[in-house]
Design a binder for this molecule. Structure first.
Ligand code: GLV
Ligand code: MN
Ligand code: MN
Length: 417
């Protein structure tokens, strides 16, 4: 392509090296066709030490900070671009979610350093920690931008009750300082990611340029009744926490559907019944209610509706229902048009008319970074739109193309080819 177009100085990625490193990162925590690499697990930390080594070999000054973020700083002076994504996975995660954006950043940094016309450019790279919310969603990017407070770190626990401070200790990070980015150094932040949805594939598009990222909120709904015998307790006498939970979930599905915006989504992906036994009326139940939208007002509306459903139900049942915040909210964010126009141009050059704009229904570290510097995201297609599952995958030619589009866009952001 470069010869055909006459771009002799065009930055070229090394496709074999890119794919080999993606495959290598996949080995850490590999299970079936996916990865199990939750933040601070042994597999996650091993992946981070390996990444730090790769960043160093790419000529960057590299470190792992006190929250497990892996950073590689260019030794070049001048304004820099920050690139990266997260290296942790869901508890049953796909091999590309996060990992792809980290390896793209590494490959772009390497190919810049190998090109005489580009080696003076400053690109810093990062593998953020705990984007996937084992403890705090986007923990690493929150911390690096100075927007993570001390109590949040002290109080965070995972779904099994493990404390973040204990996980840090186990990972050997307790004494390591936490980095904060010098925000004035950056022209912007760039994150590449798999789409994790069906839109690009459905439109037969090869590249997505993200316009905005959803905001997310999570509520924990707690139901307190009375545990009792499932045979002897007449229906009218029961204070069954599970019945109350099922009714609440049903009502949420009705009432959210009636008030939803076109891209609003909600999920009740975790419940807990105690004691969770067939012949015992549960005395306690918990439900996670998560909802997302690109509009903060819509998130407010859903939060109020959840409280209205709770108020309505507590009037008529003997079960106490309490709603608490289950996660640190993420606000909806807009990507920087000034930045993503370079992605558009680069995509148009490499795959004319096979790219499109789209919003992101997944949240990303770019959604945190956007409050601190111009940020942009590039998507490549996910096969069958599947993600947060071992079956997550993308075509190899799309993996290569996405990185090339990213590399050319980075050069263009510095005013080069
Ligand atoms: C992050 O992976 C999300 O759940 O969107
Ligand atoms: Mn991700
Ligand atoms: Mn994810």
């Amino acid at each position: 392509m470069n010869a055909q177009n006459g771009h002799h100085n065009m930055l070229r990625i090394n496709a074999d090296r890119l794919l080999a490193d993606l495959d290598r990162l996949r080995c850490f925590g590999a299970q079936s066709t996916g990865v199990v690499r939750p933040a601070f697990s042994d597999a996650d930390m091993q992946a981070r030490y390996w990444l730090r080594e790769q960043f160093e070999q790419a000529g960057l000054r590299s470190l792992i900070d006190g929250l497990g973020n892996v950073l590689g700083f260019s030794r070049n002076p001048g304004k820099a671009i920050l690139m990266g994504s997260h290296a942790d996975s869901q508890s049953t995660g796909g091999w590309l979610d996060g990992a792809m954006g980290v390896i793209y950043a590494l490959e772009v940094a390497r190919c810049l350093s190998e090109s005489a016309a580009h080696r003076h450019l400053a690109v810093d790279i990062v593998a953020f920690q705990d984007e996937e919310s084992r403890f705090v969603g986007c923990l690493g990017s929150r911390s690096l931008t100075g927007s993570l407070d001390h109590p949040t770190v002290q109080n965070a626990v995972d779904k099994d009750g493990v404390r973040l401070v204990d996980a840090l200790n186990h990972a050997g990070l307790s004494g390591t300082p936490r980095e904060q980015l010098d925000l004035g150094r950056y022209l912007g932040f760039l994150e590449a990611h798999i789409e994790q949805g069906p839109t690009l594939e459905a439109h037969a598009m090869r590249i997505g340029v993200v316009t905005d990222i959803v905001g997310v909120r999570g509520l924990k709904v707690v139901f307190k009744g009375q545990q009792n015998h499932a045979g002897t307790t007449m229906m009218a006498w029961r204070r069954d926490a599970s019945t109350s939970l099922y009714e609440f979930a049903y009502r949420i599905n009705q009432c959210f559907a009636a008030h939803a915006a076109p891209r609003s989504v909600w999920t009740m992906g975790r419940v807990k019944l105690i004691p969770n036994a067939s012949s015992i009326i549960p005395g306690y139940a918990e439900l996670d209610l998560q909802f997302r939208d690109a509009d903060e007002a819509q998130l407010e509306r859903f939060a109020s509706l959840a409280h209205e459903v709770r108020d309505l139900m507590t009037q008529s049942s003997g079960v106490d229902i309490e709603i608490v915040e289950a996660r640190a909210p993420i606000k909806p964010s807009r990507m920087s048009e000034a930045l993503y126009q370079h992605l558009e141009q680069s995509a148009q050059e490499h795959v004319p008319d096979a790219w499109m704009h789209l919003p992101s229904g997944a949240f990303h570290d770019a959604g945190i970074m956007a409050a601190f510097m111009p940020s942009a995201m590039l998507f490549i297609p996910s096969i069958k739109g599947i993600s947060h599952d071992f079956a997550e995958d993308s075509h190899r030619d799309d993996l290569v193309l996405g990185c090339q589009v990213m590399a050319s866009a980075v050069a263009s952001m510095f005013g080069r080819q």
